[in-house]
Design a protein around this ligand. Structure first.
Ligand SMILES: Cc1cc2nc3c(=O)[nH]c(=O)nc-3n(C[C@H](O)[C@H](O)[C@H](O)COP(=O)(O)O)c2cc1C
Length: 182
């Protein structure tokens, strides 16, 4: 199989996940790892499976990724899988945490899912994990989303560890599961 892992990443979090997926897919397949800006949409036709990765920006996938997804034709002949990193809460916890997660990164999932409905793509699913925020985003999250100081200390200490070894392992398992389906 020919596999492409293409991603946008400003501060390296999403890139770490892309590299983990590439490590798995290059074991038994021809696998290429490329930044999204280096990929022409027609090139995707050379692949059987394309992993597309992005950070979450403004609760959706980042603009360069959105522009790239828009260019994908209807009924592409390659299968697609997604991955993204984000700095706000994962949807694990009470109703408030789930709502915050939905508000601040839920659109990423919806955007990937739209590939199925709007482009009739063979979409294989997505992987997500947290990623350390850059200082301005850290400040934004504290000022806007998690204002309570006690909650903030616990939150920021944890999110700064990501993507951690566990996230990398989970990303590899995600890739492995998709590859074994083919
Ligand atoms: C302009 C900007 C907007 C962001 N908006 C969100 C957001 O809405 N929700 C969120 O969870 N994280 C947000 N983040 C945090 C990033 O998604 C997170 O740090 C990500 O892991 C960065 O990935 P990268 O290192 O691959 O660029 C934002 C970051 C930037 C720079």
């Amino acid at each position: 199989m020919k596999i492409l892992i293409t991603y946008f990443s400003q501060t390296g979090n999403t890139e770490k996940i892309a590299e983990a997926i590439h490590e798995v897919s290059s074991k038994n397949h021809e696998s290429n790892l490329k930044r999204i800006k280096k990929v022409k949409i027609e090139e995707l036709n050379d692949y059987d499976l394309v992993f597309i990765g992005s950070p979450c920006h403004d609760s959706d996938l980042a603009k360069p990724t959105l522009r790239f997804l828009k260019k994908i034709p209807e009924s592409p002949k390659y299968a697609i899988a997604g991955f993204y990193t984000h700095s706000t809460y994962l949807p694990e916890g009470d109703e408030r945490i789930k709502k915050l997660s939905e508000k601040w990164s839920g659109k990423c999932i919806a955007t990937f899912e739209e590939l199925k409905k709007e482009k009739n793509a063979n979409f294989k699913g997505y992987f997500r994990c947290q990623g350390i925020p850059s200082p301005p985003i850290e400040q934004f999250i504290h000022d806007t989303i998690i204002k309570d100081d006690e909650e903030w200390v616990v939150f920021i200490e944890e999110v700064k560890k990501h993507p951690n070894g566990n996230d990398i392992e989970n990303a590899k398992k995600f890739a492995q599961n998709i590859l074994s389906e083919f």
